[in-house]
Design a protein around this ligand. Structure first.
Ligand code: NAD
Ligand code: MN
Length: 358
């Protein structure tokens, strides 16, 4: 029997609530499948850890998880700690050193979920956003001087490297080529940002020539927000910089019905380090501890985790179970306009896994 070692890092806010639900569902899936099990190691890193130790994770933290098969993450963000400390101290402290340079964000309208867009069906909104996840606007380069004085100055320098852009472009073209429509939209802002974004466009055109079967086009990021809302059916796979894709994927999640549903994988395609899977939402301070967080984003992230491990059958089974549950409004949490609680959705998905006839 195959044993997959998974590092669970619930983090803060609703992170522990949705990760606990995810772990339960993954165990159920392994039982149903019969050919593998999950061995979870839990790490209590995050805001509470910071309050005790002055850092978000231990100095040797990455050594403790680098040999796991995958990481299941909740959220970094604590009401009493500034966001840049929690984000850089935990999530980016794993993503960047582990070279998880492709952040993959599928967006679909699941059965039973209504898009805020009128008359849009699940066939018309089926996207995957690929976010550059290692450099660009979030390279962390910059500084602040003369703090508090009128001369105060601050910079955040966006750093784009040829190697970094080429590898994420190649990943996106390959992914687009694996999907039925073989269609990639490259998001840019090369009208206003005339150095890095111009290089970004040039590299896109170069890499495109390696993938003649993929049709591609280019969109300025501001125009892209309009196209996502007005002509969603013209999009399929999308590649964008760290900042642009961060923003576009929250829009995508909202158009698909709720931030609580959207999943993501921080992928190290070469598998030199484990990849990390997480719902795209944050700590949701307004609902934490209430037991009403939507766990579907975490379950869908577990689907991506299983696909990454090559467990296609189990991934499909879990996705089927998720769809069966979202189709039933009794299992909609308040973010979807329903009254269900996290535990109701979780046990419904587990029931669907056991009832699944595939
Ligand atoms: P958020 O995603 O936490 O919440 C935005 C809104 O969506 C809130 O109203 C929340 O209740 C709702 N929501 C989010 N997830 C939900 C779920 N699963 N079920 C039901 N409703 C849900 O974003 P925010 O308020 O901008 O950020 C709060 C904190 O989380 C901040 O500290 C931020 O830095 C952090 N954050 C972390 C991550 C991450 O770790 N990947 C991502 C985004 C935000
Ligand atoms: Mn974001």
């Amino acid at each position: 029997m195959k044993i997959y070692k998974i590092a669970a890092i619930p983090g803060d806010g609703i992170g522990p609530e949705v990760v606990a639900a995810g772990v339960e569902v993954m165990h159920a899936l392994a039982t149903r499948n019969g050919s593998f099990t999950f061995a979870f190691d839990h790490f209590d890193w995050g805001g509470e850890y910071y309050k005790k130790h002055g850092r978000m994770m231990p100095v040797n933290g990455r050594d403790l998880i680098r040999n796991h098969d995958a990481i299941l993450f909740g959220s970094a963000g604590h009401p009493e700690i500034p966001d840049h400390i929690t984000l850089w101290g935990l999530r980016l402290n794993i993503c960047q050193p582990f070279d998880q340079y492709a952040n993959v964000r599928p967006t679909r309208i699941l059965p039973g979920i209504t898009s805020p867009l009128r008359n849009v069906t699940d066939r018309e909104l089926d996207w995957v956003i690929v976010r550059e996840n290692s450099e660009g606007e979030y390279a962390g380069v910059g500084g602040r001087v003369h703090q508090g004085s009128p001369l105060e100055a601050a910079t955040d320098v966006a750093v784009f490297t040829r190697a970094g852009v080429e590898r994420v472009m190649r990943f996106a073209f390959r992914l687009a080529g694996s999907r039925p429509r073989k269609l990639l939209t490259v998001v840019t802002k090369s009208n206003a940002q005339r150095h890095a974004m111009v290089m970004w466009d040039e590299i896109a055109a170069e890499v495109a020539s390696e993938f003649p079967a993929v049709a591609w086009d280019k969109m300025l990021v501001d125009a892209m927000t309009m196209r996502m809302v007005i002509r969603p059916q013209t999009l399929d796979t999308i590649v964008a910089t760290n900042l642009h894709a961060d923003i576009l994927s929250d829009l995508a999640a909202a158009l698909a019905g709720s931030l609580g549903i959207a999943p993501t994988g921080n992928i190290n395609p070469e598998r030199t380090f484990p990849s990390m899977f997480e719902p795209i939402h944050g700590s949701a301070f307004d609902i934490m501890g209430k037991g009403i967080a939507n766990p579907i984003g975490t379950f869908w992230s577990a689907v991506m985790l299983l696909e990454h491990l090559g467990e296609k059958l189990a991934a499909d089974r879990l996705m089927d179970a998720i769809k069966r549950v979202t189709a039933d409004p009794r299992f909609h949490t308040p973010d979807l306009g329903g009254k269900a609680r996290t535990v109701d959705v979780t046990s419904a998905v587990i029931d669907a896994i056991h009832g699944a006839n595939r």
